[in-house]
Write a protein of this length. Structure first.
Length: 371
């Protein structure tokens, strides 16, 4: 059976290091933790959990630290985790089964969904597939100083019903740090003219609400690579649409959302965003077919950067609101009911249904019991 090394880089992670190592030790044969300058009990706790701890001087380069960690691994395969990741018990078991029954010398890497963001009710709202495991003998390495990546070649695997949860702690989001590293790196030609660096810098610009710069960088990304991977091209157009909408450039936003749809019409996000532009202008007849199209989209399993709510409750709630604006409360109720199972705030959608019922009651001259 193939053996598996855990590869990690950490700094001041005493709050979560025991949790992630407890997960990993159930299916990993060794645990490599590289510390980049902790001043808390991270190193002590990692050693107590059975990890081999090494030290690396931080140089504002995540790929350099990860490659140092990778160099310490000795097993057949490597899996990377971050200190605030969680592997559920069922996924721990699936990793064991993956090692025992699936991995072989013809497979170079395994793609696994990364569940990133969660709403207040614990529902995952954002999924991004990542190159999570790779065969060590192939010699894969990490690239780029931030939002680092392993460029995978050869046969890969995407096992079903397996995921990693990224559970941020309050105060751990690090967009400002990432932006500082990116701005420093982008002063160098090798990064300034690298399509991925341009793309991830554009993403960070948008997250920091620097929308003008984000739009220009996304355009530059598409100039550098006119034929990128489909999900990346789709996300570039979608992101430009978000930024133009934030800048109140609605016509440009509409054009970019349409370009996203032309890139991949199987995805729901652009359908919904186009629909919202019509919804906000009270153009119900234009919004309805777009929201309806979104309800027919399935959550992608082979594409990246998926906004999960766009595939379940979100288009259904707003589709029901559109029908209510047209006075079709029966249809509005029918659609709103379908939104309840996955809605993060069930009391809100149920209250909305109650309001629809009140409108129907008034249409038939029945007194509203709440009045």
């Amino acid at each position: 059976m193939p053996t598996l090394s855990l590869s990690m880089i950490v700094k001041n992670e005493e709050a979560t290091i025991e949790r992630v190592l407890a997960c990993a030790k159930t299916f990993c044969d060794e645990m490599i933790v590289v510390d980049t300058g902790s001043t808390d009990r991270t190193v002590e706790l990692a050693e107590q959990m059975g990890a081999k701890v090494f030290h690396f001087e931080w140089i504002d380069d995540f790929s350099a630290a990860r490659n140092y960690s990778l160099a310490q691994c000795t097993m057949d395969w490597v899996i990377w985790l971050d200190a605030d990741d969680v592997v559920t018990p069922e996924c721990q078991q699936r990793f064991k089964e993956l090692k025992e029954n699936v991995l072989n010398d013809s497979i170079n890497a395994v793609w696994i969904p990364y569940h990133y963001w969660y709403d207040a009710h614990g529902n995952c709202t954002f999924i991004n597939r990542r190159e999570r495991m790779f065969r060590r003998s192939v010699g894969f390495r990490w690239f780029h100083p931030v939002h680092e990546v392993v460029y995978i070649a050869g046969e890969t695997l995407s096992p079903p019903d397996l995921w990693i949860e990224h559970r941020y702690l309050p105060g751990k989001l690090s967009s400002e740090r990432n932006m500082r590293i990116l701005e420093k790196a982008m002063q160098q030609d090798e990064h300034r003219n690298n399509e991925r660096m341009v793309y991830i810098t554009a993403k960070e610009m948008r997250h920091q609400c620097r929308h003008e710069q984000a739009v220009e960088l996304f355009k530059r990304f598409l100039e550098l690579n006119p034929c990128p991977i489909r999900w990346q091209k789709y996300d570039a157009y979608l992101s430009m649409g978000f930024s133009c909408k934030a800048l109140s450039r609605r016509d440009e936003a509409k054009q970019h959302f349409k370009e996203a749809l032309q890139t991949d019409s199987r995805r729901a996000e652009a359908f919904n965003e186009l629909a919202f532009l019509h919804y906000e202008s009270s153009e119900w007849d234009f919004a309805i077919p777009l929201f309806e199209a979104a309800t027919r989209c399935k959550v992608p399993t082979t594409e990246d950067l998926v906004l999960v709510e766009h595939y379940n409750w979100l288009p259904r709630e707003y589709l029901s609101r559109c029908y209510s604006e047209l006075g079709n409360y029966t249809k509005a109720i029918e659609i709103a009911l379908s939104a309840i199972p996955e809605h993060p705030d069930k009391s809100n959608i149920i209250s909305l249904i109650g309001w629809y019922l009140g409108q129907i009651a008034m249409q038939y001259g029945v007194p509203n019991p709440k009045s």
